[in-house]
Design a protein around this ligand. Structure first.
Ligand code: PHE
Length: 517
């Protein structure tokens, strides 16, 4: 939250960011990317569920017994999601506001920009090979979301500060990769595409929302089913069937690297991994070229002065617990390199554990809102959830004719009204079993974000850490956050903003136990 923020095209921001109490996950990013400043489209940096090792001693990761409950004072005994009932326990941390969004399914709502983006991506993957799964339930087990993908037990992504838990072993999926293991086991096709809503506890700003949508894809080959058992030849034969494109692709790194991006040498020959990578890269380049070509066409149709610049894309090395080697695809857009998707050669353990040891292949994941924001020039992620006709009507008819795709024309922006809140955290010694008290060590910024969201919902545009210091004598820590209230639908009166703010202040006292200044 704090620290340098650059908003490019009002969509994405530069990393690295200054690490605040709850930004532990960005550690993954920083270590993996060696501090390279980049912009992210799959999801903000702290969300990408990558990075091998993470020490739980740095705080934030899940551990057993569960971390003290900070926000569960009014926990229901059971909850219902899409018609199914689940029993909660002390891990429960899903606010009603988030629960209410589980049924929206924006990726399936006709002519919604998220659904249009899904359709454009799907159009680049043949239905004969890639079976579609668009109706998976958002409630999954910790095994599906983490263990089946090789996430270590202390991985920061498992922390209650980052993930919505229903109970200790049940959560709202944080990514569509949660369905990889079951689909590999079912082995119903040579490939698949999943689109679904995913859930992550997070900060509040114009590119973050606790619910967003991802698309996941995979392609597998079976050693026992390819001609002459020659899987390399089979993969290259499939690659030869794909169209080509004329976009310049920078791919400076070797196809695998012993330290940075290892081959799974126990399972794959270099030729096999290279064949899979080649098929993966062409398939995803074709998808990205399609998206950005459509974005440019829409821009050119609407803006007679539009200057067409050649599309530039590049592959960079990445890390995910369930692929190796791994990459991200970046696109040069309005002066910055944007991370568009994550992908890699699937870890062979996934196939072995799915009783398909003879199969091998690749997988990718992409965040749909980020792509849609770029395609349609949508400036604020809250708009996707709006039922305002001034938003929705702008996309009518696009799914039936993608050439009708137009950039979003913002309706007037209502004035913002920001208010600061300052408070003391308890000093360390005050924790003593009191679970509702935020001290220096168990204060998670995402808990604050959630209090703000619960009180003011979509009326909050963003929340930023303005200031923090530790009192030299008492050792107590003080924090100041600036909350920017701005409705997408009307002008807020100062009274209304004050009312929200007062309730936020009370919520912080009640739920986090802070002392207001
Ligand atoms: N699930 C990953 C994420 O959310 C993306 C991914 C999917 C990476 C599949 C590799 C393979 O960041």
């Amino acid at each position: 939250m704090a620290g340098p923020r650059v908003l490019a095209a009002n969509v994405v921001r530069a990393v690295p960011r200054v690490m605040t109490a709850s930004a532990t996950a960005s550690l993954w990013r920083l270590s993996a990317q060696a501090g390279r400043a980049r912009l992210s489209l799959t999801r903000a940096p702290r969300h990408c569920l990558r990075v091998a090792s993470y020490s739980s001693s740095a705080g934030g990761a899940a551990s057993s017994p569960p971390p003290p409950s900070t926000l569960s004072s009014s926990r229901p005994a059971t909850i219902e999601v899409n018609g199914k009932t689940y029993t909660t326990d002390e891990w429960y941390n899903v606010p009603q506001t988030v629960l209410a969004l589980t049924g929206r399914k924006l990726h399936l709502q006709k002519d919604h920009p998220v659904a249009i983006t899904r359709q454009i991506i799907e159009s680049k993957f043949s239905t004969a090979t890639y079976k579609r799964y668009n109706e998976f339930d958002p409630v999954v087990s910790t095994i599906e979301n983490f263990d089946s993908l090789g996430f270590p037990p202390d991985h920061v992504g498992r922390a209650r500060s980052d993930t919505y838990y229903i109970n200790e072993t049940t959560l709202l999926r944080t990514h569509t990769s949660a369905h990889e293991a079951e689909l590999f086991r079912a082995s119903a096709s040579d490939g698949y595409l999943i689109s679904a809503d995913v859930y992550r506890r997070d900060e509040v700003d114009r590119s973050h929302y606790p619910v967003f949508h991802q698309m996941e894809g995979a392609r597998v080959w079976d050693r026992t089913k390819v001609p002459n058992g020659d899987v390399v030849a089979a993969i290259y034969a499939d690659l030869a069937k794909l169209p080509t494109h004329d976009v310049k692709v920078e791919d400076p790194n070797p196809p695998h690297h012993p330290e940075r991006n290892p081959l799974q040498s126990k399972h794959h020959s270099p030729e096999e991994a290279e064949a899979i990578a080649a098929h993966l890269k062409r398939s995803l380049e074709l998808m990205v070229v399609e998206i950005f070509t459509r974005a440019k066409q829409a821009a050119a149709r609407q803006d007679p002065n539009y200057v067409d610049e050649p599309l530039r894309v590049r592959w960079v090395e990445a890390y995910f617990p369930f692929t190796s080697p791994s990459w991200e695809l970046e696109v040069y857009y309005q002066g910055d390199w944007l991370e568009v998707l994550g992908c890699g050669v699937s870890k062979q353990e996934l196939f072995i554990n799915a009783d398909q040891p003879q199969q091998l292949g690749w997988a990718f994941g992409i965040g749909l809102e980020r792509i849609a924001m770029l395609l349609f020039q949508i400036p604020d992620i809250r708009l996707f959830w709006s039922k305002d006709e001034r938003f929705l009507s702008q996309f009518t008819g696009v799914q039936d004719n993608l050439d009708k795709l137009k950039r979003f024309v913002p309706f007037s922006k209502y004035p913002a009204c920001w208010k600061d809140v300052s408070f003391w955290l308890r000093s360390t010694s005050a924790a003593g079993g009191n679970t509702a008290v935020a001290n220096v060590h168990d204060f998670h910024e995402n808990d604050l974000m959630e209090v703000v969201r619960e009180v003011a919902g979509d009326v909050v545009e963003d929340v930023q850490l303005k200031d923090q210091f530790t009192h030299p004598k008492t050792g107590r820590k003080s924090m100041c956050y600036r909350i920017n209230y701005r409705s997408l639908e009307k002008t807020l009166t100062n009274e209304e903003a004050n009312d929200f703010h007062e309730r936020v202040r009370q919520g912080l006292v009640e739920k986090l136990g802070v002392e207001l200044r």
